[in-house]
Design a protein around this ligand. Structure first.
Ligand SMILES: CC(C)(COP(=O)(O)OP(=O)(O)OC[C@H]1O[C@@H](n2cnc3c(N)ncnc32)[C@H](O)[C@@H]1OP(=O)(O)O)[C@@H](O)C(=O)NCCC(=O)NCCS
Length: 171
């Protein structure tokens, strides 16, 4: 199974496409992962073309197992990859899933992450049989907390390590 999703343009930002990653994304990934902010807040890093292929392989396997539905986010009329959005389902038949995301440094501040997150969440809750979605971010990551809020993920509680767990439910 693969899925492509679309997000409408707003008065200030272009439309978005969420599509599965492909082999043509190697160069973009290597460039994007040079960003120190991205490396600070994420755990799986790409160092070079070999690393990018390994990373892409993980995303591809995720689609096969149904445990990780991972999308490249693209902005209409702008070149390159703007972001990453993934729905993680450790139990592909279970009622819950986790969300992960980043926006490439060159595309930040235009609402790419919250708009793509909202779109993927609506799709997951309406077509994927999911009842609730979770996302976790470091308490010091204010930008990620803003993304969660804009995409209707309410702060649920603080975990023992200090991270924030946000939740969005089916309604
Ligand atoms: C967090 C992140 C995904 C936000 O993505 P985005 O597409 O820029 O989202 P937004 O445009 O809605 O901006 C969110 C917040 O980022 C901050 N921001 C705005 N412009 C920015 C810029 N040019 N550069 C960095 N941060 C910016 C603001 O605090 C903004 O909140 P506000 O709109 O209330 O002012 C992105 O900064 C990122 O990828 N960071 C590194 C990786 C990361 O933290 N991933 C999440 C792990 S849980």
């Amino acid at each position: 199974m693969t899925v492509t999703l679309r997000v409408d343009a707003t008065p200030t930002a272009g439309a978005l496409t969420l599509r599965p990653w492909n082999a043509g994304d190697v160069e973009a990934l290597v460039e994007i992962y040079r960003d120190p902010a991205l490396r600070r807040w994420t755990s799986l890093h790409v160092e070079n073309a070999e690393g990018a292929k390994w990373w892409l392989n993980i995303q591809e396997r995720g689609w096969h197992t149904g445990k990780r539905l991972s999308f490249a986010v693209l902005e209409d009329d702008l070149p390159g990859v703007a972001g990453y959005m993934a729905l993680r389902r450790p139990d592909p038949r279970g009622p819950a899933a986790g969300l992960a995301y980043w926006t490439a440094a060159h595309a930040r501040g235009r609402g790419v992450a919250p708009r793509a997150l909202d779109c993927l969440s609506i799709w997951a809750l309406t077509t994927g049989g999911l009842r609730h979605l979770e996302l976790i971010h470091d308490a010091a990551n204010d930008a990620s907390c803003r993304v969660a809020g804009k995409a209707s993920f309410r702060l649920h509680h603080t975990l023992p390590d200090g991270s924030h767990l946000h939740m969005r439910e089916y309604c």
